[in-house]
Structures are given as C-alpha cells and as structure tokens.
Design a protein around this ligand. Structure first.
Ligand SMILES: Cc1cc2nc3c(=O)[nH]c(=O)nc-3n(C[C@H](O)[C@H](O)[C@H](O)COP(=O)(O)O)c2cc1C
Length: 419
C-alpha cells in the first residue's frame, strides 16, 4: 500500500483553507535573525527546506513585535512601524509561496513576558513567580499588547500569510495571564472570566483588523504546565491537574474564531522534559496524545486539533517499553491517532530540524531516506545559549556551533534548557 492512502496523507479543511496533508511543522525558534531581527541566510534556508518538505501547515516560529518582547537576542521580528521590516516579510512570504504554494503558513505571535531576555528584552510579569520576577504588567500595557498583535496580524495578512497562532502556551505572556497563579486583582487577573478575557479580547481585536474569514486564527496552548498554579492546575498554589479551565479555553477560543488548536503540555523553561520528552522519558509523549484527545472531545469536528511531542518516538530510538517494534514509530502513532479520531494532524518539532523533508519523503514512499531525530535535545541547548539552532546530528555545521559553544560557555544542565 502506498503511503498516499494513509491517514497522514489525507487533506484537511482548516477554517476556509485546506491543508494538503496531516503534517504540521511546529514553531521552532532558531535564534538566527540578523542583528535587527531580519531574515538571515540561515533562516531563509531553513524555511526554504521546510517549504520544499511540503507539510500541510508550517507554523512560523515565535516572532517578536517589539524589541523589548524578546526572549532571544536573534529572534526574528516584525516591526509594525518600520516599512523596511514589513517589506522584508512580504518578500519572504512571496519567496516561500513561490517555492511551494501548498503549505499553509501560520505565523506565531508572542510576547515573552517574564521569560524575556536576550539583551533588549524587558521582563514583564502578571505576578512575580519565584525565579522569574519582572515588572508588573498594567491594564494599559496588556491592552497595548493586544492592539500590537492585532496590527501585526493585519500586516501579515496583507503580506500573504494564511493565518496567525496567537501564542498562549509555555509560560510566555499569553499563558502567564491564563494561569490560576495570576490571582492579582487587575483587568486580566483573578477570576477565570477575567484571565480568559485577555485571550478573547485578543481574538476579537485580530478579527476586527482582519475581517476576512479565510485568515486562519488559532493558538498553541499548554493544557497543563506542570507547575504550581500553572495552566491546567487546580489553583494558584497547586500543581494538581484540573483541566476545567483548559477545556473551557479551547471552547472559548473556538467561539471567538479559532480554527485550530495546537496542543502542548508543560513548558520548556519550567518542565522541559514533559514539554518535549527526551529519549529517557519518552513515555511523556502519551500524556500529549491524551491531552490532544481531550481537546478533540470538547471542540466541534471542524476544528483542527494538532498534537505535539511526536519527535521522541522517531523510528524507535527511545525507551518506550511494552510496544512491539512496529508500534514504536512516529508514523505508526500519527496514522493510528488520526484514524481513531484522537487528533487531526501531528506536529513535528525537533524532527523538523532533523529532517525538514519528512512529509515529502513519507508521501513519496521514501521513508528509508528520513533522517530521524534522536531527541538528544542539543537543539534546545543551542537555543538556551542564544546560538544559531539546528540539528547537530544531521546538519554538520550545527555540530560545529555546539562544539564551539560548549568550549566557550560550558555545557548547560537539563534544568536550564528552555525554548
Ligand atoms: C529549539 C526549539 C525551539 C522552539 N521554539 C518554539 C517556538 O518558537 N514556539 C513554540 O510554541 N514552541 C517552540 N518550541 C517547542 C516545540 O515547538 C515543540 O512544542 C516541542 O519541541 C515538542 O515537540 P517535538 O517533540 O516534536 O520536538 C521549541 C523547541 C525547541 C527544541
């Protein structure tokens, strides 16, 4: 049987557009912009390869809209007040669509909040979190962020993007506001109604700027962050799982115009191994599968639910137990979960750095040519160290970047890794 007749190859409606297959490329910050946040040769090469790879959706990595929102010195930016920056985005998107018009290009917008850093970044927090303090966000500041994201969305729409991922995960600002930990009394703090209204006001503001219903809105969310008071926890001071708010968020986002939800769990900075399981803790991938199914069970059928954390499964190089070899495969679980209606698409994070061509290789029955991610997490180490990011196993220049980085800066420990 050709792979073209498998669930992963089926096209899917996403809002009013169509993804050509069920592969989604995760947003993957690679810290390789020009010094002013523009597209470097390396960043253009990365996206050229991803567009050649032919995934149904490509979610462009977290971009910053103001220099003080950044987490990484070399984070790609869109400066909404700079015609040169806007022109560069228009040219970039045209170039990518010329390479391959099929992938839907969704741009992830973020503000790094209390994990801002990298030189110009200014740490902003909803309420000081131990180890991650910053300046307290005011009502006006949060509303200004909403307007900035809305204006950026309009610019990206005009530049030819297919949609935006309004980032609400991983301990960045959008997620900090949603947390039960945000129990300070302010416009977007305290009750769930007030905390979630930030996300809903954001969606409404973006839709007002871009009334065209074919422009896709959606969010990557952390269903459960795994820290006391994090998203998906039972209260401001407990890590106990209670998904009531996370489920309500999914429904609310849909009511406010979301066409996709990109599931995530954990956060790279606080609960890294949960968020992107490494090969020693590969079974955390099952938690992600479960969370995606919970979203599926709670949103209408026409909402695209995208599952995360498949890279660790790769082609069986991991510690998963009690599975026959034919099940210990990313492709197996992708097809199985789609076929059973547990998820609509699967997203590739670290695997997309190991082999941006995976979708086309799979669809053309060239699976034996795929370079598999080994979940070594060196890409995350490079990101943490503010270096250019790539796969050190399958892309030689990045092995050299890592060698130099460790020589000059030392190794990072697991708990420091964060993306
Ligand atoms: C180097 C690196 C950069 C990342 N950048 C982003 C990002 O820009 N936005 C985001 O939502 N997640 C980001 N993540 C998280 C991934 O998108 C993904 O959720 C995670 O790696 C789990 O998927 P995987 O197991 O397929 O790698 C990043 C992860 C890594 C390792």
């Amino acid at each position: 049987m050709s792979n073209k007749s498998t669930p992963l190859a089926r096209p899917l409606k996403v809002g009013k557009k169509t993804a050509a297959n069920r592969f989604c490329i995760q947003p993957m910050e690679c810290s390789d912009s020009t010094p002013t946040g523009g597209f470097s040769e390396r960043s253009i090469e990365r996206y050229t390869n991803l567009f050649k790879g032919g995934a149904g959706i490509i979610v462009f990595e977290s971009i910053t809209l103001q220099r003080d929102y950044i987490a990484r010195t070399n984070q790609i930016s869109l400066n909404i007040n700079d015609p040169e920056s806007i022109k560069a985005w228009a040219e970039f998107i045209k170039k990518m669509k010329d390479i391959n018009p099929d992938p839907l290009l969704i741009i992830q917008l973020t503000h790094s909040g209390e994990i801002s850093g990298g030189g110009e970044g200014r740490r902003m927090c909803v309420k000081p979190l131990y180890g991650f303090e910053g300046d307290l966000i005011t009502d006006e500041y949060a509303d200004d962020v909403i307007q900035t994201w809305a204006k950026a969305s309009k610019i990206l729409y005009d530049c030819g993007a297919d949609g935006v991922d309004l980032k609400l995960c991983h301990g960045y600002l959008g997620s900090q506001i949603l947390r039960p930990y945000n129990d300070r009394d302010w416009k977007y703090g305290g009750s769930w109604e007030k905390r979630s209204s930030f996300a809903y006001n954001l969606y409404d503001a973006v839709r007002k700027e871009v009334p065209d219903p074919s422009f896709i809105l959606g969010s990557k969310i952390s269903m459960w962050e795994g820290i006391p008071g994090g998203q998906g926890s039972a209260g401001p001071d407990t890590p106990i799982i209670d998904l009531t708010e996370s489920i309500d968020l999914c429904k609310g986002l849909v009511d406010h115009g979301a066409s996709f939800i990109l599931q995530s769990t954990g956060t790279p900075v606080h609960t890294c191994a949960l968020h992107m399981p490494d090969r020693r803790k590969a079974d955390d991938t099952y938690i992600h599968m479960t969370m995606a199914k919970i979203i599926e069970d709670n949103v209408p059928d026409d909402i695209c639910v995208i599952g995360s954390a498949y890279s660790v499964i790769n082609k069986g190089k991991n510690t998963l137990k009690a599975v026959p070899p034919e099940w210990n495969s990313l492709i197996h679980w992708g097809n199985y979960n789609i076929d059973h209606g547990y998820v609509d698409m699967i997203a590739l994070g670290r695997q997309s750095l190991a082999d941006p061509m995976l979708p086309v290789k799979y669809l053309e029955d060239r699976e034996d040519e795929i370079n598999w991610c080994v979940a070594c997490d060196s890409c995350a180490e490079l990101l943490t160290q503010q270096e250019n990011v790539g796969c050190v196993v399958h892309n030689k220049p990045y092995a050299e970047v890592l060698r130099e980085c460790r020589k000059n800066k030392g190794r990072v420990t697991e708990t420091q890794i964060g993306g």
